[in-house]
Design a binder for this molecule. Structure first.
Ligand code: LLP
Length: 438
C-alpha cells in the first residue's frame, strides 16, 4: 500500500496516521472507522491555493459531495476555499458550521423550490443554474424575496472525460446543463440577461471525475472560451467567471497515474489566457471544483478481520466488519483499492487474499486478490484513499450503523462523526396503533 500524507510505520510495526497508532485508534473508537488525516487534507488545499489562487488569482471550491461534516466545513473555510453544495442537506451542514455564505456555490440539476428558497434566504454566493426550469423558478423566487440571485449557467460542452482519455463527442445526452451545440446554452444566456432578479456572473461545466488526461481540461477550457467569445459578439456580455468543475484523478492502486495540481493549473490557465487573447475578450476569473483530489488521499478506513474462508486452489476470502455500506465504490464502479494489515505493516506479504464485506450480497467485495502478510481474525485492515465518496455515499443496507470518523493530527484523534447507534437506526420508525404489541 502506498503511504499517503502523514502515514508511516511506527516502532511497533503498526501503521500510524497523524501521529496516531491506527491499531490503538481501532481499539479506542471501534471499527469500521474512517480516519481523516488533517495535515494531508490541509496540505492538498494549500497546494490548490498556491497553484491556482496565488499564481493566477483563480478560485478553488471544494466539492462537498465527496466528504462533508461540520469539522470538514471548518477546515475548508480555514483554508480559504469555497464550497460546492448540491442539496439542502449539504447547504444546511455548511450553514451549521458557520461557513461564509458568500463562498457557497449551489449546484444540482433539480433543486427544489424549498432548497432554492433556503439558499436565497441564506444568501449563498452563486446559484449554478442547470436548466431553464430552474432559471425561471429562481427569477420568481428571488423576486419574492426581493433579492438579486447571482448565477452561473451550467453548460454541456460536448466533452466526455474518462480516466485515461476524453472524447469530443459533442455528446449532448446528459442530464446536466444547457447544451452549447444545439443553441440551448445561448438561449439560456440571453434569457438570463433579460431577467430582473437574476444576475449572470458566468459559465460553468464539469466533464467528469477521476480524470488523468489533463488535456481534456485544456480542450474543455477552449470550448467554453470559444462560447464566451460568441456570447460577447452576440450580446455584448463579457463572461466574468468561468467555472471548469472538478475531476482531477488520484492514485488508488497500481497503474493509476494522476496529474499534479500544478500541471493541472498550468494547463487550464494557459488555455484560458490564450483563448481570451484569441477571442478578444477579457480573461474571466477561473474557478475549479476539486473534491476527490482533496479528500480522497486524506481518508483511510480501518476494519477488523473476522471470518476467513479458504477454498483450496480457488481463493481465500477474508471478511471485514464493514464493506459496501461504508464503501459502495467497488460494488458500484469496480473501484480498486490498496490495503495493509495495520498491525503487521512491517511483515512481508505471505498470501494473496480477497477482502469481503459483511453484507448479504455476493457483490459485496472490497478488494480482489491482494497480497497481505498471513491474515488472522482480529487483524486490523487499513484501506487507503477512502476519503472521497465513501462516508458521503455510505448507507444502512442490512441495517448496519454508519461508522464513526476521527480527525487525526500530531498524535491526537478527535471524533468528528459519531458512530451510528442501533437506537438511531430505528429512530424514524413508527409503530401504527394496529400493529402495536398488546
Ligand atoms: N463539480 C461538479 C459539478 C461535480 O459534479 C463534481 C462531481 C465535482 C465538482 C467534484 O469532482 P471530483 O473532483 O471529486 O472528481 N461518486 C462517484 C463520483 C461522482 C462525481 C460527481 N460529481 C465516485 O465515487 O467515483
Amino acid at each position: 500500500m502506498r503511504l499517503n500524507g502523514t502515514m508511516r510505520v511506527n516502532k511497533k510495526g503498526h501503521l500510524e496516521i497523524g501521529g496516531c497508532d491506527t491499531v490503538d485508534l481501532a481499539g479506542k473508537f471501534g471499527t469500521p472507522l474512517y480516519v481523516l488525516d488533517e495535515d494531508c487534507f490541509r496540505d492538498i488545499c494549500r497546494d490548490y491555493n498556491s497553484s491556482f489562487t496565488r499564481k493566477y488569482n483563480a478560485e478553488v471550491i471544494y466539492a462537498a459531495k465527496t466528504l462533508l461534516n461540520l469539522a470538514v466545513c471548518r477546515m475548508v473555510d480555514e483554508e480559504g476555499l469555497g464550497l460546492d453544495v448540491v442539496s439542502g442537506g449539504e447547504l444546511y451542514t455548511a450553514l451549521k458550521a458557520g461557513f461564509p455564505e458568500e463562498r457557497i456555490y449551489f449546484h444540482g440539476n433539480n433543486k427544489s423550490p424549498g432548497e432554492l428558497d433556503m439558499a436565497l434566504k441564506a444568501g449563498v454566493g452563486r446559484f449554478m443554474v442547470d436548466n431553464m426550469y430552474e432559471l425561471e423558478l429562481l427569477e420568481r423566487l428571488a423576486g419574492k424575496c426581493g433579492q438579486k440571485a447571482r448565477v452561473m449557467l451550467r453548460l454541456t460542452p460536448g466533452v466526455e472525460a474518462h480516466t485515461h482519455e476524453y472524447i469530443k463527442t459533442g455528446q449532448i445526452d446528459s442530464k446536466f446543463g444547457l447544451v452549447i451545440e444545439n443553441g440551448q446554452a445561448m438561449q439560456g444566456v440571453k434569457r438570463t440577461l433579460e431577467m430582473n432578479n437574476v444576475e449572470l456572473k458566468g459559465l460553468h461545466c464539469h466533464i467528469g471525475s477521476q480524470i488523468f488526461e489533463l488535456s481534456s481540461y485544456s480542450y474543455t477550457a477552449e470550448v467554453m472560451m470559444d462560447f464566451a467569445g460568441r456570447v460577447y459578439r452576440e450580446t455584448g456580455y463579457c463572461v466574468e467567471e468561468l467555472d471548469l468543475g472538478g475531476g482531477l484523478g488520484i492514485y488508488y492502486a497500481e497503474g493509476d497515474r494522476p496529474g499534479s495540481v500544478q500541471d493541472y493549473a498550468g494547463i487550464v490557465m494557459e488555455a484560458v489566457l490564450e483563448k481570451a487573447a484569441h477571442c478578444g475578450i477579457p480573461v474571466p476569473k477561473v474557478l475549479v471544483e476539486p473534491g476527490r483530489s482533496i479528500s480522497g488521499p486524506a481518508g483511510t478506513t480501518l476494519y477488523t478481520l473476522g471470518a476467513i474462508k479458504d477454498i483450496p486452489g480457488i481463493r481465500k476470502f477474508v471478511a471485514v466488519d464493514g464493506g459496501m455500506c461504508d464503501n459502495p465504490r467497488p460494488a458500484l464502479y469496480q473501484a480498486r483499492y490498496e490495503a495493509c494489515l495495520a498491525n503487521k505493516v512491517g511483515e512481508p506479504p505471505a498470501e494473496v487474499v480477497s477482502v469481503a464485506g459483511k453484507c448479504c450480497e455476493s457483490g459485496d467485495m472490497l478488494i480482489w486478490n491482494i497480497e497481505l502478510p498471513a491474515a488472522e481474525p482480529g487483524d486490523i485492515l487499513a484501506v487507503s484513499c477512502t476519503g472521497a465518496y465513501n462516508y458521503s455515499m455510505s448507507m444502512n443496507y442490512n441495517r448496519l450503523p454508519r461508522p464513526a470518523m476521527v480527525l487525526v493530527n500530531g498524535g491526537r484523534a478527535d471524533l468528528i462523526t459519531r458512530r451510528e447507534s442501533y437506537e438511531e437506526l430505528v429512530k424514524n420508525d413508527l409503530m401504527p396503533e394496529k400493529l402495536a404489541k398488546k
